[in-house]
Design a protein around this ligand. Structure first.
Ligand SMILES: Nc1ncnc2c1ncn2[C@@H]1O[C@H](COP(=O)(O)OP(=O)(O)OP(=O)(O)O)[C@@H](O)[C@H]1O
Ligand SMILES: [Mg+2]
Length: 360
């Protein structure tokens, strides 16, 4: 008798399942038997010294099966178990109609995990290397200047007039301030390890910052037209006010620097809601960022300014992430830059509690 085409198909699939590089086990919970296991399953089970019979295999998966059966929605459950040195991932699946038949996919992920941690360590090392080379550069430059200034002074101390000597002292003191500024920025990197997010009024926050910017621009003698647009309903957010203040100040300072040579400097600060978030946008019409540099601006030490540390945006990004906020920068060289901060919106219950607190 020749096999029917269905039987042929079955045989083909059986062969594939047997040879496939994934361990497959099928357990019948009613009959309490392992009804099927393929070659790879038997190899994995051999490796972790479990035999493919029901009594030996079942206790390992029993707790997961209970989770699977207790859930009315979940069909698939994944767990990772350690057997000695090996890490095995179990993916359990029970068809809705016959939940006593459970298929288990076994994958030995020990090597994959090891590769993942090696890759992670390499990334960390690269970052550490990057940071160190930045620090070397940022502290090395002022140190070299100090050394040069002191050498010149030492060689000429008898010849130089008091005014000439003062020029060198000022130079040394400026370079020391540069290092101090850098060290202060480093301190900020860890300042908000645990930001305390509370409900805050963004409209009030923006007004406060606008006043600061107006005062600052008049001191700096740069005329900036500032407009503020806060959409009704986009006022209450959840953030750490001090951390958000530092971030906004960084962004506003960048905007002011970018608009320095612009006779019609214009700053637009706006807030509007989008789903469960509030988008705070700070838009300037300054020099803009070249497309090729856009990916680099948030990297520590990237700066185009003579006295910049290049830590402003890196720090801002870190602080925002700690508050479940994000930052997005869109810029056109020669036209301007828009920085958008996405902040979680406060829930109505939290807003009510906040308002009650204000009244109390
Ligand atoms: N609004 C902007 N317009 C144009 N370029 C910008 C703007 N914001 C940032 N940049 C670019 O990104 C770089 C990195 O900014 P970041 O705030 O991280 O450091 P910085 O401003 O150079 O130094 P610091 O913040 O210590 O003063 C800047 O040097 C500048 O080239
Ligand atoms: Mg900056």
């Amino acid at each position: 008798m020749t096999p029917s085409s269905d039987e042929c198909d079955c045989q083909i699939f059986r062969n594939i399942l047997h040879e496939i590089n994934i361990g497959i086990v099928i357990v019948d919970l009613k009959k309490e038997v392992v009804t099927y296991y393929n070659q790879q399953a038997s190899e994995i089970l051999g490796l972790i010294t479990l035999s493919p019979d029901f009594e030996s295999f079942y206790p390992t998966i029993a707790p997961t099966i209970s989770t699977l059966q207790a859930s009315t929605t979940a069909k698939k459950v994944k767990i990772v178990k350690k057997h000695g040195e090996r890490l095995i991932r179990y993916t359990l699946d029970a068809p809705a109609k016959s939940r006593h038949l459970v298929s288990i996919i076994l994958q030995d992920i020990t090597d994959q995990k090891r590769m993942d941690s090696i890759a992670e360590a390499v990334v960390t090392m690269n970052n550490v290397g990057y940071i160190f080379s930045g620090i070397r550069h940022e502290i090395g430059n002022p140190l070299n200047s100090i050394k040069m200034a002191l050498t010149v002074l030492q060689k000429n101390i008898d010849r130089f007039s008091p005014d000439e000597i003062e020029v060198y002292f000022i130079r040394v003191s400026e370079e020391i301030s540069r290092i101090e500024h850098l060290l202060k920025s480093f301190k900020n990197f860890n300042m908000y390890e645990q930001p305390q997010t509370t409900v805050m009024d963004l409209a009030d926050f923006i007004m406060h910052n606008t006043q600061l910017i107006t005062a600052y621009s008049s001191v700096k003698d740069t005329l900036i037209s500032i407009s503020v647009e806060v959409e009704p309903g986009a006022e209450m957010v959840k953030a750490d006010r001090r951390a958000l203040q530092q971030v906004t100040m960084n962004i506003l300072a960048n905007a002011m620097d970018a608009m320095q040579n612009n006779k019609e400097a214009r700053l637009i600060i706006s807030a509007h809601s989008q789903e469960q978030s509030i988008l705070l946008k700070i838009k300037d019409n300054g020099c803009g960022i070249p497309a090729a540099a856009l990916d680099d601006v948030c990297k520590p030490f990237y700066t185009t300014k003579e006295k910049g540390t290049g830590l402003g945006l890196a720090l801002s990004k870190k602080m925002l992430a700690q508050m479940s906020c994000t930052m997005d920068i869109v810029s056109v060289e020669g036209e301007g830059t828009t920085v958008t901060i996405t902040i979680p919106m406060a829930r109505s219950r939290e807003i009510a509690e906040y308002k009650q607190g204000l009244l109390a």
